[in-house]
Design a protein around this ligand. Structure first.
Ligand code: SF4
Length: 762
């Protein structure tokens, strides 16, 4: 176990409570001769600025807010607790290994773990070909490391199979943005929200998933903007909205088509803007004629008048903005849903102005930057296409390889798991991801991973996925290295190193470069530091839409962040797109796309008549590998629940079995009028047997390949015993958390406020 510094950790505090509970120094910072390291939160795509407090021994021991213009001193619960990961007793500090899954993981030397990994890569590729080995990266990695994942897979491992967990995040928005604008990023800075007259949030639980962004939403509302929220649940932000459209999950494009129908019928389109800047308008107009409000009312389960209200409020506003998030993106029609919002913004001329525009809210800290430079199966650095000959040639020149050596396009994350099931992919390296919790249809995921002949995982805590691996490489947390991330505005921000990694821990950059060296590609990976990777990345992005060539670490430190494209060191960056109405298509037009609504993949029937939808809660982050170990966050939300409408006759805390075609689990009921009677909600941050993703369907959007997390058919039943939340895995020989610290079986509902009609409030 990693020993805690006695100065910052009082005697007897080695356990869970002090690692993740109150600050070990009781906030007596002046006793420590501390320094404050300016950096950003590691969690969501808002990327709030913060200071990490470092004691005289060089250890991170606390956090202070920072007056960065993104967050103006504010942090959410996750941000406040983020630093507690750094010196947490669960940190992995030595490589773990086993030669077969029948054995237990044991600590080994770096040499032994690296040698075994390299020998397994070579064996599998010799027997089954290069593409029998895959790499899965992560969108919490710095952009430099994301760049390196793509290069490592293609140049060192020489496989086409590389993808990343951002595939589970905002790729539907990315696909829509590329189709409509030929650029994959949000159009406006957050500060524009404060200037708008009408703010539409679709499938974006801002208060819990992007908490600090709430200040912008309420700032706009306080200045008189109309707030419209489209969400099956009455979330915290929906409760404060002027119009809350509680539509049935999986019906978004039908709703937005109908809104556009009304905009046209009432003569509220911006014809001058359309004539100057749009292509495909006539086709879109003809198509939405088939979506009158009455049809949307039937499909979406809402009053037809709401469609009219939204159309008038949005189109009549002098300046309007639309933001969406996973609520409309996690669907087999995720790209179409986003396109239907773009069509509305285009037809009303609400794009490219202060207070008027469109964007997606990134879930992961580097969800944006993580896909910009080649970690995605079909992309090369600078958002280049791996299928485009010219793009391939440009990158091969920078990487110093022949074009014939560069593999082609691979498949998406979920498709790779299906290929693992079929033994087409037999070996895998996973880098900072946790698919055992984050991917849908857990049984399929487990089978896929169990079928691999070799699996190595990089992480700083032993995730559920890492615990199943043959090799686990202990790597740095974000505060132990420097690097950049791009937030939901496409603003590149700089994270700074606050402490040295614990003995035995290496950076992800070092591990990839060392594996590459042992695979014979060391000359292409001669990076001493992560900042050396950034310099190559800047060159690799030059001349593309995602141009980082003018961004330097020094400029980021001076400015607090620069939005790409930034083609020279004199260029100020591009916070707002389309200001002159010109897009990045060759003709400069917005390419409007016809969108047809279709039903979700999982059909309703008498056995499965209800909708299961999933999402996040404020205290936890994604697969929970980081936040389920931090005491304050676990105390706030120790376990998942099933949110059900009072009409089903459950009492708060009563066991409710949620059954889908994939399986069933029992949760405590949270009874609330804030959810549709035909819908059940479960937060997804926990592993089996309390994993929402044991129930979800692994159906994918055909274009973005995002899974349909937000809607599957289910039923609910009364049950006997609530399924128990397992403690997070720890390395062999380490002490598991005392289970008495936080009850994981308490049948009471969670403490997170869930709104109107909960018995907690009545
Ligand atoms: Fe971190 Fe996001 Fe919370 Fe800001 S809003 S503190 S970036 S989790």
């Amino acid at each position: 176990m990693l020993p805690l510094d006695p100065v910052i950790a009082p005697p007897g505090s080695q356990g869970f409570r002090d690692a993740g509970g109150i600050p070990a120094d009781k906030w007596h910072a002046d006793q420590h001769g501390e320094t404050l390291v300016p950096t950003h939160c590691c969690f969501c795509g808002v990327q709030c600025g913060m200071y990490l407090r470092v004691d005289r021994h060089g250890k991170v021991f606390g956090v202070e807010p920072r007056n960065h213009d993104i967050n103006r001193m504010r942090l959410c619960p996750k941000g406040i607790h983020a630093y507690q990961q750094v010196n947490h007793p669960d940190r992995l500090t030595a490589p773990l290994m086993r030669r077969s899954r029948d054995e237990e993981l044991r600590e080994v030397s770096w040499d032994e773990a690296l040698d075994f990994t390299v020998s397994e890569i070579k064996r599998i590729q010799r027997e089954h070909g290069n593409d029998a080995f895959g790499v899965l990266g992560g969108a919490s990695l710095f952009t430099e490391k994301s760049y390196l994942v793509g290069k490592f897979a293609r140049v060192a491992i020489k496989t086409r199979h590389v993808d990343y967990n951002g595939r589970l995040c905002m790729v539907s928005a990315a696909g829509a943005n590329k189709l409509a604008f030929n650029i994959d990023r949000a159009g406006n800075p957050f500060s524009d929200i404060l200037l708008t007259d009408c703010l539409l949030l679709a499938g974006a639980n801002v208060g819990e998933c992007f908490p600090v962004l709430t200040q912008y939403v309420w700032g706009a509302r306080d200045r008189g903007a109309t707030l419209i929220v489209v969400d099956p649940r009455e979330t915290a932000v929906a409760r404060t909205a002027d119009i809350h459209v509680a539509l049935k999950s999986g019906t978004d494009s039908a709703f937005f088509n109908a809104v556009l129908n009304v905009v046209i019928e009432e003569g509220l389109t911006d014809e001058a803007y359309l004539a100057a800047h749009a292509a495909g308008w006539e086709e879109v107009k003809a198509n939405v004629a088939h979506y009158p409000p009455s049809r949307a009312a039937e499909i979406c389960g809402i009053p037809a008048e709401q469609v009219v209200q939204v159309a008038r409020a949005f189109a009549r506003a002098p300046k309007a903005m639309a933001f969406h998030a996973r609520g409309i993106e996690h669907h087999t029609q995720g790209v179409e849903n986003c396109l239907s919002v773009i069509n509305l913004c285009t037809a009303t001329g609400h794009l490219g102005k202060p207070g008027a525009g469109y964007g997606t809210l990134t879930g992961q800290g580097n969800g944006q930057g993580g896909r910009e430079h080649g970690q995605k199966s079909d992309l090369l650095p600078g958002g280049r296409s791996i299928l485009n000959e010219e793009h391939r040639r440009q990158i091969c020149e920078i990487w110093g390889i022949e074009e014939s050596e560069l593999p082609g396009a691979g498949t998406s994350m979920m498709e790779m798991v299906w290929q693992m099931q079929r033994q087409e992919i037999r070996g895998l390296i996973g880098i900072c991801n946790n698919p055992f919790v984050s991917l849908p249809n857990y049984a399929v995921v487990k089978e896929g991973y169990d079928t691999t002949e070799f699996h190595a995982q990089f992480d700083f805590f032993l995730s559920e996925t890492a615990a199943n691996a043959h090799v686990v490489f202990p790597v740095t947390v974000w505060a132990e290295d420097e690097g950049v991330m791009a937030n939901a505005e496409a603003r590149v921000v700089k994270h700074n190193k606050a402490q040295e990694p614990p003995v035995g821990v290496r950076t992800d950059t070092w591990v990839m470069c060392e594996l590459a060296r042992r695979l014979g590609a060391g000359d292409k990976f001669a990076f001493e530091r992560t900042r050396d990777v950034f310099d190559e990345l800047r060159r690799a992005s030059a001349g593309t839409v995602i141009d980082y060539s003018g961004i330097t670490y020094e400029r980021l430190e001076e400015t607090g962040g620069i939005s790409w494209p930034c083609p020279s060191t004199e260029h100020p960056g591009t916070p707002r797109l389309f200001e002159d109405g010109t897009t990045y298509h060759a003709d400069g037009k917005i390419h409007m796309q016809v969108v047809e609504w279709h039903p979700p993949a999982d059909p309703y029937d008498a056995q499965y008549p209800m909708t299961l939808t999933t999402g996040r809660t404020v205290a936890h982050f994604l697969s929970g590998n980081q936040t389920r170990r931090l005491g304050g966050l676990v105390e706030q939300t120790p376990r998942p629940w099933a949110e059900v409408h009072p009409s089903h006759g459950f009492r708060n805390g009563e066991p409710v079995r949620v059954v889908t075609r994939r399986g069933s689990e029992v949760f405590p009921a949270l009874v609330t009028e804030a959810i549709r009677p035909d819908t059940v909600f479960i937060p997804y941050h926990w592993p089996v047997p309390t994993a929402a993703n044991a129930l979800t369907i692994d159906a994918l959007d055909p274009r973005s390949k995002i899974p349909e997390y937000k809607v599957c058919a289910c039923r609910i039943e009364h049950a006997g015993t609530i399924d128990e939340v397992p403690a997070p895995p720890v390395a062999p020989g380490h002490v598991a958390y005392p289970e008495t610290q936080v009850s994981r079986t308490d049948p009471l509902p969670p403490t997170a406020p869930q709104g109107r009609g909960t018995s907690e409030r009545s």
